[in-house]
Design a protein around this ligand. Structure first.
Ligand SMILES: Cc1ncc(COP(=O)(O)O)c(C=O)c1O
Length: 427
């Protein structure tokens, strides 16, 4: 198809988009020319829902008017405010209410999960991770391995793609788990990888781990609010995610955590790093010396949570429940499919899409390598109001988000690629 035909198709797809109205429920930043940016950066920081400000203001007013009484006497008492997010989070990650909680930040939650679920034994102490695991996850893991007296270099088993390939194959992951079954204590994979955009086959990896008594945990930073998840049914042991990317909770927003109920509801509680907010609600304020955990994921809470952050996230999660993950995913597949097709058809041999072509193996993000001046292309995208990011050494990440992106935004991105491609002399 020609660029003009892609342009016509984008207009048609925008006209028939059942979720088009959601764009105006968000604040879309301005580009240098004063018009709206084509914001393809929800993989890094999602946009602000218009309702977020009022949600935060409401709690600021309560603080002003009630002071400490707000904990119990506010219309939405702060002491139990996080519970308002539970049902929404369950829909986003496919969990039961006792399996999720909004608390802390991602890396903190990862440490809490590792403290409980990385239980190395003398022979079984290794951890399977992906080749492109996020640095913070590696640091957290290496430090936990060292704390337990093992060598991080010996303990980490890194799954790598086959030569000439950019992403992992499920069969290879399963094979690796089988080959190392007697050494592995834990599999810790990204749901969607930050660098390649690959959506790992979570149920297959979890099942392979469980066949050999290995714990399966996931970092869902790039998966939550992006791809369909069914953590309970898949039997995932534990998972963590942040809320500032696809969940649009705002910078540094309170994160999420999943603990499967077969662990969370155990009669003999799973060992953990404890804090008073995870203590049995009925007796928390009795201030007793012994920790009695709340059954379920809430029992891993440490501190009373950041209220304004919870309020902003709640405003965003209400939109998720209203729109529904199924409808968002349907639009997401169409948007990303359009971008993928445009890049492959318009610039064959000049742009490599690292992200799998199969929609079932990716979320909304495409990671691309440009064979002509890649950095200049990225700079040109930014200069033309297409907000996207760069990951060293040579990848541009483009993430059309179904809530607030239009096919026209993707078209704008393709237009810049086209102009730059021609200008490079490679076109
Ligand atoms: C995959 C992944 N893991 C972990 C983190 C670290 O998150 P935080 O700074 O919220 O702990 C990020 C941040 O972008 C991420 O993308």
């Amino acid at each position: 198809m020609t660029l003009d035909r892609f342009r016509d198709l984008a207009a048609e797809l925008d006209r028939s988009d059942p979720l088009a109205g959601y764009r105006e429920r968000f604040h879309v930043p301005r580009a240098a020319d004063g018009g709206e940016a084509a914001y393809l950066c929800g993989n890094s920081l999602g946009l602000a829902p218009r309702t977020a400000r009022e949600a935060v203001d409401r709690e600021l007013r309560a603080w002003q008017e009630l002071g400490v009484e707000g904990h119990f006497k506010n219309e939405r008492p702060w002491v139990s405010f996080h519970e308002l997010l539970t049902d929404h989070l369950c829909r986003v990650v496919g969990a039961r209410p006792n399996e999720v909680v909004a608390m802390n930040t991602l890396t903190v939650n990862l440490h809490l999960m590792l403290a409980s679920f990385y239980r190395p034994e003398p022979r079984r102490f290794r951890v399977l991770v992906g080749h492109a695991a996020f640095p913070s996850d590696r640091y957290a893991l290496r430090s936990q391995i060292a704390l337990r007296g093992h060598s991080p270099d010996d303990a980490l088993l890194v799954a790598a793609p086959r030569p000439g390939e950019a992403t992992l194959r499920t069969d290879d992951l399963v094979g690796l788990i089988e080959r190392h079954r007697d050494e592995l204590a834990l599999v810790l994979m990204d749901g969607v990888n930050y660098y390649t955009g690959e959506f790992v086959d979570i149920p297959a990896v979890t099942a392979a781990a469980h066949r050999h008594g290995v714990v399966a945990g996931f970092d869902l930073a790039h998966a939550a609010g992006n791809v369909p998840l069914a953590l309970h049914d898949w039997g995932v042991d534990c998972a963590v995610w942040c809320s500032y990317k696809y969940l649009n909770g705002g910078p540094g927003c309170v994160a999420g955590c999943f603990v499967h109920e077969r662990h969370g509801l155990r009669a003999d509680p799973v060992p953990r790093l404890a804090g008073w907010w995870g203590h049995d609600k009925a007796t928390r304020f009795a201030m007793g010396p012994d920790f009695v955990p709340i059954p379920g994921a809430e029992g891993w809470q440490l501190s009373n949570p950041p209220l304004f952050s919870l309020a902003a996230l709640l405003a965003s999660l209400e939109l998720f429940s209203e729109a529904g993950m199924d409808r968002l995913r349907a639009k997401s597949e169409a948007l990303t499919g359009f971008l993928d097709r445009g890049l492959r058809e318009l610039f064959p041999g000049s742009v490599d899409v690292l992200t799998p072509a199969d929609p079932a193996r990716r979320g909304c993000q495409l990671s691309v390598r440009v064979r002509w001046e890649a950095r200049k292309t990225h700079a040109a995208l930014l200069a033309r109001g297409v907000v996207c990011d760069w990951r060293e050494p040579d990848v541009i990440r483009l993430a059309p988000v179904p809530f607030y992106n239009r096919f026209a935004d993707v078209m704008r991105c393709l237009d810049v690629f086209d102009q730059h491609h021609r200008g490079s002399g490679d076109g």
